[in-house]
Design a protein around this ligand. Sequence first.
Ligand code: AHR
Length: 323
Amino acid sequence: MKGIKTLALGAGLGSLLLSAAWAEGLDGKVIGFSQIGSESGWRAAETSVTKAEAEARGIDLKFADAQQKQENQIKAIRGFVAQGVDAILVAPVVATGWEEVLTEAKEANIPVVLLDRGIEAPEDLYLTSVASDQVVEGRVAGEWLVAAVGDKPCNVVELQGTVGSSPAINRKQGFEEALAGKDNLAIIRSQTGDFTRSKGKEVMEGFLKAEGGGANICAVYAHNDDMAVGAIQAIKDAGLKPGADILVVSIDAVPDIFSAMATGEANATVELTPNMAGPAFDALQAYWDAGTVPPKFIITESKLYTPTDDPQGEYERRKDLGY
Ligand code: AHR
């Protein structure tokens, strides 16, 4: 709680206190982090990276795992407000239902930074949102598929993320935009797999059964790699070759998808960096040190990876990063 108060005092006491605040950085700040849970490898990596980034900066990070429930996130945020933390990070499980609790944080003068997912709420309720452009992610995945199939007819099945979450809504939209006007491609089935490997597998099993054992499916688009890995297992169990009989395109760039790519079982992924906390902490530091108000959206890169991008090397580079 030192930064803002030191700056306010510094305005009256001259540059000495102000420069003390500049030197202080985030050391000693108390920051609450309401994390969604651990539904995917990407989520596990984001948790590890956030803890490491906090430690490196001397931040006392109060971590709360919501186990996929918005009500737990709301409770955690209320707890952080009651404790008087300096700032709150939230990875919001769904897009709606945040106004009341974020108003409470705002009234307590606690800046809130959203990580990796967006919300439908007035923008003055949070300082900034560090996330990818999820519509772009979906579009990049869709454009890859459009180019990969060319003029061939292609029935696509879609594994959606958590219902009501911003990545599920936006990745669907972006993918559909890429396929718009391509008469040879059609999304024939679409269902949530909740961003988990087990549900991805279960839903893909249902798709395969309903579509002639898979004979009628040309590609699976999964809103994250974990569901794609589950789908790959279901395709193999059905006696087909993932990556060849059924193309596999997804999002996240976790080590396991590179492993699948290296053996020809996955075809493309769009990278989502797990380091949302680094830019979030930088923004908070600039805000406290110099009063710099960050842009409302800090957008991370969405890079496409295919088997030509050294998947084995990518697997090796990522395998110990907390995924
Ligand atoms: O919000 C980001 C998404 O959440 C990741 O793509 C997915 O793996 C996670 O569950």
